[in-house]
Design a protein around this ligand. Structure first.
Ligand code: C2E
Ligand code: CA
Ligand code: CA
Length: 642
């Protein structure tokens, strides 16, 4: 109002005048008293004692007044400073909210105004789950600079999220309140919430993802929730769908898999997609119930899925592990993965539950992987020699070098166990080079009585894939001096696919090295395929030999391979001959060569030397043959005659 605005400066001027006169009057009194005393002294006038005392008193009173005025002034400026701080606290920047609360945390004032808040207890304006914490925090000590999130739920309008600092001014007589100053971070909080939801969701299926599943397992273990199991459901067949129909059909199938799994589990069970083809179910129930649930999951996934590209057939395997007390989330995950691996090896449609032996098997594999590094350097690797007998000459025509690992704690580890471990650890090439070097060097030093002995060396797919086979063979031949035509590189049929492998095989054959196809009859290859492969030797697998004298069909297959070999000019070697009956059938079929326990077990180098020296390498049942290779490589005596 104009009248009031005009009155304000007049009052201030009056106050200023009063302050000035209040300061000047004592000063003037003091100067007047001093001048009176000085004049009396100069004029040599004796002042009456009363006047002297009055002047002295006047001086003393003035000094007292000055000191009192200084103290009042100091108090006043302190008060001003404090009230400035309060004003500063209450002054809001854009986006800021200031609440003043009384001792009971009742909201006294909100700046800028938020309707519906003043007069209510603050703890009634926050989500119920936050109330206790908010109360404790506000009524407790207020560490300087501490910031906290406060979620406000006003009666009207949207919820707001504030990042707050608190000043406790309850003891200040001018304020007597807790001042909560908050920056409105609602938008930021919403964004964070959205990002968080994205981080825990599989975008394709909308299911929780691996991070969410791990968090759930972790929380359930921490809460000690009983009777829970983790099922890992691995979907098979998607790769074929991808090749036939493309990515979009795979995606559609995965969405349908997710829907079916969700529809199969109970409402409280959590389904998540934890990898491209892997789903998880965190399910509650007894072991029998969870087992039934696993079977149901398999069943619903086996039903054909209708897609834009037609019907899609999928199948699955399930590994399951209970959330036992004392386990960590990582251990439960690990157990479920081990169970899944066991289910995978058992074949499509299998369910495997984790049991401690699975962990023991994995631990052994881990130990082998760890110990295989440096096993060669520590002298733990050896070669065993398996004689190959010419069935016409009845004498040793060749030897197959077989790798042996004598583990200091675990004893002899079979190659079929440690070679896959070596492949996963990237040690294959190193081991193969050692075999090639050792074997070629040893064979060159063997006694020779008849035709030159051939050396068979097994080569794994991992060595072929590494692309160093030709160079490694060349080096071994050069270092040992073994003529290339005495070396037979044995390859499994599965290792022969791929254009570069064919080039390497051709290069070896051009060098004069022979190539043998190992384990013929173990896979599903046809005779027509066998005839087209670029090999010099066919080795009949021992699984065929095991039934050759009992099963006419197997005998017919072996006869066909022997005939094929004769037609193509390729040698045929029968592996795993264990009985005289098997040997007789092979002989009648016209098979050229054989190896197996009936003729000789794999032996050490000394035993092999003894065998070759005795009777010019003649080896036939009924003729003294070496015993199994002793660990120290000493020559064994004859075995029982057959
Ligand atoms: P393979 O090439 O088929 O070797 C023959 C396997 O059959 C050897 O097993 C041998 O001991 C076994 N055997 C020989 N005669 C008989 C018999 O009458 N009955 C039975 N039941 N078994 C017989 P081993 O030494 O355990 O080798 C297993 C496999 O490990 C080999 O099968 C070969 O695939 C692989 N392997 C061995 N040494 C090497 C190597 O230096 N490099 C590569 N890449 N693989 C190797
Ligand atoms: Ca072999
Ligand atoms: Ca074989």
């Amino acid at each position: 109002m104009p009248g009031e605005r005009r009155a304000a400066p007049a009052t201030a001027t009056d106050q200023a005048r009063l302050r000035l006169s209040g300061r000047l009057v004592p000063q003037l009194a003091l100067v007047a008293a001093a001048l009176a005393l000085l004049a009396a002294a100069l004029l040599d006038v004796d002042l009456p004692p009363v006047a002297g005392a009055a002047l002295g008193g006047c001086l003393a009173l003035t000094a007292l007044q000055r000191s009192l005025a200084a103290r009042v002034q100091a108090r006043e400026s302190a008060r001003l400073r404090r009230s400035e701080a309060v004003h500063r606290a209450l002054a809001t920047a854009e986006g800021d909210v200031v609440l003043t609360l009384d001792g009971d945390l009742r909201i006294r004032q909100v700046t800028p105004a938020v309707p519906g808040l003043p007069g209510r207890p603050l703890t009634g304006c926050v989500p119920a789950e936050d109330a206790a914490e908010v109360r404790a925090r506000l009524l407790g000590p207020q560490p300087a600079g501490a910031r906290h999130t406060l979620r406000l739920l006003p009666d009207t309008g949207l919820p707001r999220v504030l990042e707050t600092t608190v000043s406790d001014l309850r003891a200040d007589p001018d304020v007597r309140a807790l001042v909560v100053r908050g920056r409105d971070v609602t938008a930021r909080d919403d964004r964070e919430r959205e990002l968080c939801a994205l981080a825990y969701t599989d975008p394709l299926t909308g299911l929780p993802n691996r991070a969410a599943q791990e968090r759930s397992v972790h929380e359930d273990l921490a809460a000690g929730t009983a009777g829970l199991s983790l099922l890992l459901v691995e979907v098979h067949g998607l790769r074929a769908v991808h090749e036939d129909a493309g990515r979009s059909v795979v995606d559609a199938a995965l969405v349908e898999v997710a829907r079916r799994l969700r529809a199969t589990v109970r409402g409280t069970d959590e389904v998540s997609r934890v990898d491209a083809e892997l789903f998880a179910v965190l399910a509650s129930g007894t072991p029998t119930e969870v087992g039934r649930l696993a079977a149901r999951c398999l069943a619903v996934l086996e039903a054909p899925i209708v897609t834009a590209a037609g019907l899609v057939d999928l199948c699955a395997v399930v590994g399951l592990a209970p959330l036992s007390p004392g386990l960590t989330a990582a251990q439960v995950q690990d157990h479920a993965e081990l169970a899944l691996a066991a289910a995978r090896s058992a074949g499509t449609g299998s369910v495997h539950r984790h049991h401690p032996e699975l962990t023991a098997v994995r631990d052994r594999r881990d130990q082998l992987r760890h110990d295989l590094v440096g096993a060669r350097g520590r002298g733990e690797l050896e070669l065993a020699w398996l004689p190959v007998v010419d069935l016409t000459e009845r004498r040793v025509a060749g030897v197959e070098a077989l790798m042996r690992w004598r583990h200091p704690d675990l004893g002899d580890v079979p190659p079929e166990e440690f070679l896959p471990v070596a492949a996963r650890a990237g040690l294959t090439v190193d081991l193969q080079r050692w075999v090639l070097q050792e074997a070629t060097r040893a064979v060159v030093g063997l006694p020779q009585s008849g035709p030159a002995l051939r050396l068979g060396v097994n080569v794994s797919a991992a060595h072929l894939a590494a692309g160093t086979l030709v160079a490694d063979v060349t080096r071994a031949l050069a270092d040992s001096g073994l003529p290339p035509e005495r070396l037979v590189v044995e390859l499994a049929e599965s290792a022969l696919s791929g254009p570069r492998v064919r080039d390497d095989v051709s290069a070896l054959r051009l060098m004069g090295v022979h190539v043998a196809l190992d384990d013929v009859g173990r896979g599903a290859s046809s005779l027509a395929d066998l005839g087209r492969l670029p090999v010099d030797v066919l080795k009949l697998d021992r699984t065929l030999l095991a039934r050759i004298d009992r099963d006419p069909y197997v005998r017919a297959v072996c006869a066909a391979v022997v005939t094929l070999g004769a037609t193509l000019g390729v040698d045929v070697v029968a592996e795993g001959v264990e009985t005289v009956g098997q040997l007789a059938v092979l002989h009648n079929l016209g098979c050229g060569f054989a190896q197996g326990f009936l003729l000789s077990r794999p032996v050490g180098l000394i035993a092999l030397t003894g065998l070759l020296e005795a009777d010019g390498g003649r080896l036939w049942p009924g003729v003294p043959a070496p015993r199994p290779a002793p660990a120290d490589g000493t020559a064994p005596g004859p075995v029982a005659l057959l």
